[in-house]
Design a binder for this molecule. Structure first.
Ligand code: IMP
Ligand code: MG
Length: 181
């Protein structure tokens, strides 16, 4: 069954615009991390479309890893505060430069806990690279260094972002019709 035709009430960024953000951020990461052999860590599941665009433009030597961070308790390995973190596969963190790749930073708590997690495991540096940032909702002092675009405080879906696990496969980002919430 297809999604309702009126599921999106306002397109915030088109697929082309999102790809442009990913390209700009990838080029910036390349400049900043040349020679450092960074590890780009994709946060599952929302950041997958952004990550796959971003890495096309990170042309320095690097590694790619995946991690799941959820703000509820699940079947996982590490719980810090309200955020549960599970590495999909164990990967080297000690003395590595970590770039957390996020779909959206909202309250900032997920990135705050992920940053703490990597620093506790001995990372040399941790920075956040997010496609979208909602600074109006921040409840902590964690701010991403790399931001594709800032958005207003609206609940959006598409390009990896979900509502109840749906709509991640819409290729652009838009505001969800409140009648479906
Ligand atoms: P934070 O810990 O509050 O910063 O939450 C970040 C996570 O919340 C993101 O990785 C998303 O999974 C989710 N999130 C925040 N805002 C939105 C939104 O507008 N649409 C869909 N998911 C969102
Ligand atoms: Mg989510």
């Amino acid at each position: 069954m297809a999604y309702p035709k009126d599921i999106i009430v306002e397109v915030i960024y088109t697929e082309e615009e999102l790809k442009t953000f990913a390209k700009q951020l990838g080029e910036q990461n390349t400049k900043d991390y040349e020679g450092k052999y960074p590890t780009l860590v994709c946060t599952l599941k929302g950041a997958v479309p952004f990550f796959s665009e971003l890495i096309k433009h990170v042309t320095c030597e690097c590694e790619m890893e995946f991690i799941k961070a959820s703000s509820y308790i699940g079947n996982t390995t590490t719980t810090i505060g309200n955020v549960t973190i599970s590495a999909v596969l164990g990967f080297p963190i000690k003395d590595r430069d970590i770039i957390i790749v996020e779909d959206i930073v909202d309250t900032g708590l997920t990135c705050k806990e992920l940053t703490k997690y990597f620093l506790n495991l001995g990372a040399r540096s941790v920075e956040i690279c997010t496609l979208l940032d909602k600074p109006a909702r921040r409840t902590c002092s964690t701010f991403p260094k790399y931001i594709g675009a800032e958005i207003e405080d609206k609940f959006i879906i598409g390009f990896g972002l979900d509502y109840n696990e749906k709509y991640r496969n819409i290729p652009y980002v838009g505001v969800i019709n409140p009648k479906y919430i």
